[in-house]
Structures are given as C-alpha cells and as structure tokens.
Design a protein around this ligand. Structure first.
Ligand code: NAD
Length: 378
C-alpha cells in the first residue's frame, strides 16, 4: 500500500504528515512517499522525513498511490491525476462547493472530508476541527497582541501603572476557550460569551467573566443540557444591549462564533466598533465563513473607525509547524482504522458501514455518496 503526501498549493503552509506519522504508517506496513519540499513551511525537511522512513518523490509520485493525505482539497487536475479508487483524506470544504464535489466524484477517487468527522469519543484523535481551532484560538490572541500598541498584563512600575488590556472573546467553543486561556496567560482581563449556557462554567473555570443577562430564562436554558436553545426575542434584545455596552469598554475583541454548515452569525456592527477606544483591535476568526464582524475582510487587516480589524485566513496555518503535527496525527489515526491489520502486506479494508466512514466519505464510484450533499450511500 502506497501512501503519498504532496506539497500543498501556494498559500497553504501546513503538510499532512510528520516524521511521527511516517513512522507510524511505516510500522503498519505502508510505503510512504513525500513530495520534495512538502514540509518546508512546517520546518520539516526532506531529510527528516527520510530519516523517519519515507521516500522523497515529486508531483507525479501520487499517480499510483493507494492513499493521498492532503491538507486542502485537491484541485481538479490533481484529483484527476490520482488513480481510480484512491483514498484521499483532506479538508474538502464541502459546503457550498457542489462543482468541486462533482469534480472529485468524476476523478473516481474516494474523497473523505475530515471536517465531517463525528465528534464522538472514538474519533477525538481524528478531530481536525478541534486540533486546528485550538491553535487558531491561541494564534488569534498572538496576532491581536502584535497589532495592539499597549501591553496585555498590568505592569506596576516606578514610572506608573500600565493597566491590563480588556479582552472579550465571543463564542466559547474550542477556539474561544483557547483564546481565553491564552489571553489570561498574557495577563489580560478576559470576558467571554456564547449562546450555549453550558459554556458559562467553562469560561469561569478559566478565570474569565461570562457576559450574559442571567435572568430566569437564562437559568432555565442553562439547566436544559447545555445545547443552545432558541431564546425569546425579548431576551435576545436585552443580551444584545449588554454586549454592545460591554464591547465599547474593550481593548481587544476576538470573535470565534460559527454555526456548522451555515454562514457565520454577525455579532459586531460598525456602530459598535465606532464606540470603541482608539487603538482597539478586533480579530475575526470566522472571516472565511462570512465573518462575525461587519467590515472584516478575508486575508486583510483593515482600519474601521478607531479600531483595527484582523481577518487573517487559515489562522492555524500561521502556526504551521504545530498545526501540521496535530493535523498529520488526526489523518494517520483515521487512516489506521481503514488498514487491514490481519493482511500479510498492508492493504486497505474500508468498512463502508462504519459511522466515521459514512459521515466523512463524499465520493465513491464516480458519484457523490454523502447524504448531506444529496448523495445516497447505497
Ligand atoms: P464552532 O466552531 O462551531 O463554534 C464556536 C462557538 O461559537 C460555539 O461554542 C457556538 O456555540 C458559538 N456561537 C454560535 N453562535 C454564537 C453567537 N451568536 N454568539 C456567541 N457564540 C456563538 O464550535 P466548536 O468549537 O467546534 O465546538 C462546539 C461544541 O462542540 C463545544 O461544546 C465543544 O465542547 C464540542 N466539541 C465536542 C467534541 C467531542 O465530543 N469530541 C470535540 C470538539 C468539540
């Protein structure tokens, strides 16, 4: 069984293998071929891959590979260059990309979308959304501190006191919780919100303040098992007013709110930014999904009124060496479940009834098979 790891397209800094995962796959009996230079931006040299047991190849080395491990979805020509029936694991970005899905199907490959991995205990080690969001949450705070012309921690010096920066994190999922923890470590005064009442406890356990109108309705929602419940229009209005007042007093706002498969909710308006102090910094981690902040631009840093709005794309890729290690491990762990451990030489044995396979497999036999994207798995 041949596993190929190509160099990614321009702009993608991560790589889908690490020396550790190469060793693991070799140990399972696979032949591993890495395109020369694939690890460059993640600071993994060809030599390091070779020492782990990989062969170094070129862009044609994927033509006869049984498995291709990638970070982002292969382009149409790339997919067409893989052999019929090749297993391809990547961030396929399937929502709203029907044409690309058809291209993957026509290429005859088995395209697996790692973002669709179920968030169940068995698949935690394969959860790319968590591994990458965690690093993005960290990096968002580092990026904010870079643009912020003041210190994060309070500093009491002989020449006077520098006040602690006030950081507000909107959305307390994986990225948000890591942003809270990072801002706390830097000494900021941190607050956060979320629409899931269960996050209150998580936010507070990190030493941050939870921002919510804590009336009877909120308390009932908090007891309802932790899932976001539809709150009354009256509650939403009160909450919006509280958040608006709160934002005006912040130095840094980091937004991380996403709704799976839908455009990101708009949380911060231009009017709210106008009410902030000069030199305030906002980071929109949802910018590639439409953005949480009015005026944020994907791939750019823009000045909006008195503030600076950061809209970096692929934030995990800004910390590529760490992101690649975790991402590679996510992929090799999933691939391991598809390898026949009884066979004498490594071979694929895919259980198409496995819930992880069913959830992530997009294309097979020339067709889109994933039910979420109009396919039928039978
Ligand atoms: P996400 O990236 O989809 O969204 C980020 C956060 O934004 C979520 O917490 C969401 O509630 C919040 N949000 C949405 N709309 C909002 C709004 N209008 N205002 C404020 N916040 C808003 O979420 P995620 O980080 O991928 O994870 C979400 C949940 O999944 C968490 O409970 C997490 O613990 C859970 N999770 C479970 C597993 C597992 O069991 N294996 C793994 C990872 C995450």
């Amino acid at each position: 069984m041949k596993v190929f790891i190509p160099r990614e397209q321009e702009g993608e800094t991560r790589v889908a293998a690490s020396p550790d995962t190469v060793k693991k796959l070799k140990g399972l009996g696979a032949e591993v071929v890495i395109q020369s230079g694939a690890g460059e931006h993640s600071k993994i040299t060809d030599k390091a891959f070779e020492e782990a047991g990989a062969k170094i190849g070129d862009d044609k080395s994927g033509e006869d590979a049984d498995v291709v491990l990638k970070v982002i979805r292969p382009t149409k020509p790339e997919a067409a260059g893989y052999k019929d029936g090749a297993v391809v694991l990547a961030l396929m970005d399937p929502y709203g990309n029907e044409t690309a899905l058809r291209d993957l199907a026509e290429a005859g490959i088995l395209a697996f979308s790692m973002e669709l991995m179920p968030r169940i205990t068995r698949a935690q080690v394969m959860d790319v959304l968590s591994s990458q969001a965690n690093l993005a949450g960290y990096q968002a705070v580092i990026d904010a501190s870079h643009e912020f012309d003041r210190a994060f921690p309070m500093m009491m010096t002989a020449a006077g006191t520098v006040p602690a920066a006030k950081v507000f994190v909107m959305g307390a999922g994986v990225a948000g919780l890591q942003a809270i923890a990072t801002a706390k470590r830097l000494g900021a005064r941190v607050s956060a919100n979320d629409i899931r009442p269960a996050t209150k406890e998580q936010v507070e356990s990190l030493g941050a303040k939870f921002i919510a109108v804590e009336d009877e309705e909120f308390k009932e929602a908090e007891d309802s098992g932790g899932y976001a419940t539809e709150m009354s229009a009256e509650y939403q209005k009160k909450q919006a007013e509280l958040v608006e007042q709160h934002i005006a007093a912040q130095d840094v706002v980091i937004t991380t709110a996403l709704i799976p498969g839908k455009p990101a909710p708009k949380l911060v308006s231009k009017a709210m930014i106008e009410a902030m102090k000069p030199g305030s910094v906002l980071v929109d981690l949802a910018v590639e999904r439409g953005g949480n902040i009015e005026g944020s631009k994907a791939g750019e840093i823009v000045d909006v009124g008195p503030a600076r709005v950061i809209g970096y794309k692929n934030v995990a890729g800004r910390i590529a060496a760490s992101a690649s290690l975790l991402y590679a491990k996510n992929l090799s762990s999933f691939l391991e479940t598809m390898i026949d451990k009884e066979a004498e030489t490594a071979a694929l044995k895919i259980d198409f009834e496995d819930e992880l396979v069913k959830a992530t497999l997009l294309t097979r036999g020339g067709k889109v098979v994933n039910e979420r994207f109009g396919g039928t798995s039978s």
